[in-house]
Design a protein around this ligand. Sequence first.
Ligand SMILES: [Zn+2]
Ligand SMILES: [Zn+2]
Ligand SMILES: [Zn+2]
Length: 452
Amino acid sequence: MRQLPETDRDAIRLAQDPHFPRWLEQITATGGCAHPIHLSGSTTTLDGETGEILHHYDTRTEPGERLLVRCRNRRATVCPACSRLHAGDTYHLVRAGLLGGKNVPATVRQRLRFFITLTAPSFGPVHRAGDRCRPRRDGGQCEHGRPLGCGTVHTPDDPAVGQPLCADCYDYPGHVLWHAHASKLWDRFVIDVRRRLASSAGLVQSRFAAHARLSFARVAEYQKRAAVHVHAVVRLDGPNGPDDDPPPWGSLDRLIDAVHASARRVVVHTPHSPAAGELALCWGVQIESRPLRADGDGSDDDAVAAYVAKYVSKGASETGAGTDQRITTWDDIGAAPVSGHVRTLMRACWRLGGLPEYEPPNLRTWAHTLGYRGHILTKSRAYSTTYAALRAERAHHVGHTDIPDTVTERNWRYVGSGHTPGAALIAAGIAEDLAESLRLGVEAKQEGEWGR
Ligand SMILES: [Zn+2]
Ligand SMILES: [Zn+2]
Ligand SMILES: [Zn+2]
């Protein structure tokens, strides 16, 4: 008789366990998390005055004497269930900054708000999808004897798209050093926008904060050429944040002029290095800005929030521009499942990261993300709510919150993580069912005019 595969036998063993219904409840409560954390312990809620036990929960009566909780990983390749939840939180976080809600006043929708995209500069010509790729009549060649043009019509899924025409001409050190300094470049950009706005309004630059506040939420996106672009929602408030009217000089034209001028001007200089010289790192020439309708019905804002959220579950590995696992040896780079272009970028990180002049950006630590070490989503404090507040709100809905005038004693410890093969199969099924029931609504939002 043919043996069932191990996964199926394990799933059957689980289903026959008398604790299975409760176990299934736990798995469903984690949304089908792929790598749940196993906790052992108890929570006791006592009346603050009498000491009477109002509520007691203990894992001793649970299957395997443990409680499974979400891993909360935001990466779709690591945990589809938790990454979807995280993307949902990101959507609400970005949306609250545009439309209010989640403790953000609805007045934010009266504020000047717009969406900008800042790009990385060119580090050398790469193959492009769409029209004929880099057509040239002269048949010119680079110093390495490779053609300067291509002329092919590449489909978007052609592996050549995003790869350089000549890897020897491509500026690999420039690309990874730009990534390593992209967050600094953004910080300088925001400071410069504030200064420029102040100057154009006739204010002393250092007094900007007394008149207005500039808030933002930004997200990084890896392009086909494995360089990061930055998309951001920007909002101008009064000095005390979203509750406060912005100054009368805060017009959309003035704000957009300041953004474009600052994006063209700011620069970060790298330390001098015998290997790469001293680089002046700037934004790419392609800068897009798009005002968001004030007093709109919200559809535009929803689409922007969904568009931003979409990138948060897509890290370097999902777009083919890196891996989930950190690179710890030179040989890891050779073994990584990435394109030749991405591998060369990883090697550039490793090589430059070994030089004393590039000690601070920790290029080796971030070789798996090609030197980019920013979070995928970053926001200023006053923009909207926080992930922690959204999680607390969710806990409140399922009744895990504290009751006033009570004392809660918690005693928990970590006892393990993950699933057996059969449990993983069941959890994945639950995650898919939940995703399916959400899919229609989410797709409708993402396929708006912002979708790609
Ligand atoms: Zn998870
Ligand atoms: Zn081409
Ligand atoms: Zn060349």
